[in-house]
Write a new protein. Sequence first.
Lengths: 277, 124
Amino acid sequence: MTAPEARNVPALLLGLREEGFSGTVRVSGHPGGTIHLRNGLVGAVETPGAPTVTSALLTSGRIGDEDWLAACAAEPDADRLGGHLVAAGLIGAAEREVVCAAAVFDGAFAMALSPPGSWELSDREPALLAEPGVEPRQLTEETSRRMALLARSGGAPSELTRVRPAAVASSGPRRPGGLARRHQDVLDHVNGRRTPRDIAFALGRGLYAVLLDLIRLEALNLVRWDVKAAPDSRPSTAPRAAGADSPAAAAAPKVVPLPKRRPGGGFPGHDGGLRGG
Amino acid sequence: MGETTTALQASLDRLLDSPGVTGVALVDAVTGLTYGVAGDTAEAGDGSEASELAALIAERLGAAGAEGELESVVTTSTKRQQVLFTVGRPAGDPLLLSAGLDRDRANVALALRSLGDRAGEVLA
């Protein structure tokens, strides 16, 4: 197998396509991820950087939790779960293709936002798949297109994913008649702490789609962000914590040492009260 | 995507039965990703351009005070029409059905009506 000697992930996938590889490619990095291949076609991309098909279906409410659990119990093999969802009437066959394909492209985009580390191949692992899968070359071309479009629209894509947009206070009424529903949904989730990734997960939408909507909202002067506020160099995949230079940290009260108990009872600063009592 | 005929491909192929339709594509209205194409790819139009055009028009309509979501865009030349229909879906980002029509081969009004009625069936 020559594919593991490839110089990068796109070249690796092209090589695996030629071999008709069915299995799993684990890519380390931030965020890194797992690429599921069937006959060389990309069936699923799972990464902490973007919502999966499951997130998209459940968070959006397209499939209810109970129906989902029942479907998973009836069809434990994730590779065949998609077919079962269609057979059970929970989603149309064509819509399932759309949702799964969208997740593949979005996952690849999220993984491409930072340089990948090493990769390793392993056996097939069950996954909810786009069928018949996406051609690696098409995946690479679309990812490149997205990167280029973001670079033209709002700056370096990797920096855009780290911003924490805030609503513009002076924007007044949020133009309920003029904003598309999805724009309003994004606006409702912007709070100065959430990254685009956080918003994507909260809405069950693709990371790239949320980024585009945020750029549109910024152009309408409804949100703003400061690219320099991001402290690290990768998309947020860790539990939220206020950065050292965040507004929350700047507004924090001056640190005061905890009071110490003194022999004989009482606390410094409370002695007078104690004495008085 | 792949080479096997899928449910989506079959849905798009059926739309080619509408008189005058030369090409159709299902496009993500936000990302511009093309999910499937049937017929003449060039006639169906480029997905990213279609999504950008629809977004621009929707934004301008909103700025002018229009309420509600964009339903369709029809661009007409002497020989052809390019049509964008918003495809409704229960959840998820909106989709666009992009279609090219040959004005010499059909009654355009009827073809538009037919396509509009069938756009919602694409995701069935």
